[in-house]
Design a protein around this ligand. Sequence first.
Ligand code: ATP
Ligand code: MG
Length: 313
Amino acid sequence: MPNSMIEINGLFKKYGDRVAVNGVSFCVQEGEIFGLLGPNGAGKTTTISILATLLPPDEGQATIGGYDLARQTNQIKPLIGFVPQELALYPTLSAWDNLAFFGRIYGLRGTPLKERIAAVLDLVGLRDRSGDAVRTFSGGMKRRLNIAAGLIHQPRVLFLDEPTVGVDPQSRNFIFEHVERLKAEGMTILYTTHYMEEAERLCDRVAIMDEGRILALDTTKGLIGLLGGGVIHVGVAAEAIEDLLPAIRTLPHVRAASAQDSRLKVETSAARPALLELIELCNARDVPILSLEVLEPNLESVFLHLTGKRLRD
Ligand SMILES: Nc1ncnc2c1ncn2[C@@H]1O[C@H](COP(=O)(O)OP(=O)(O)OP(=O)(O)O)[C@@H](O)[C@H]1O
Ligand SMILES: [Mg+2]
């Protein structure tokens, strides 16, 4: 097995005229939790569906476990587990029967099937509800069963597409703990989310995705390093902006400054001293500050910095 469990190169996918995935490339190492972080419509589900062999790409190549996605699907399928964003469960069947259904798809029968069902029910903490129909489950329990279904055949690679959407905080923590346990057991995990806290907590590396493209890819720490000490947005009268910019660029704690949406966008090496320097400069020039926003360095502000958009509105 190669070190890179997943390698994708130049993936491209259109739905009609709409480009959903626009030249995406990355590698996921064996045993890594890799996060795809992006807002609605970024192309996360499309990317993960291609890798889960459910959707053919228009262009590009990928390998999973060294097998070619286009030509060796049969070798890839047993290696991967897919937990879709939309729940894929039969509401009238019990938890046990749902898992039996998915297990049979992977060729499990008899005692091995029963053992696997019991193991994954334990893993997601649903053993005592195994006989109940899924329609009687809470949102969080359904999510957990959805994850169990993706694990029934002991895959080595798990695709989790927004596994915590619509889940209460307790189930959410439960899911985090499972994901961490699966990683400790050596599983490779591709995790999509639009919650930056999840990416920060769980992922070894994060790709920031928007409009079908990867804008940045690094460890959380490395991505946050892109912002240096933080970014300050200063609202001043439009006619003052061009005047102020050259002076701002010479301030000791300022790395770069530009005009963005009729505000000054100031990238700093340290936000606090830079803020004092900016206020002093505006006062000295008699320019009233109309608004002020300091973006502390975290994944959300990195995203805003890269795209000019917020992850969630
Ligand atoms: N079956 C489809 N038919 C047509 N367009 C689609 C289809 N699926 C997705 N798209 C479009 O492709 C783009 C990417 O969608 P995708 O579902 O991959 O995004 P996403 O990052 O998973 O978003 P979300 O966070 O909302 O789940 C969007 O513009 C979406 O409208
Ligand atoms: Mg999606």
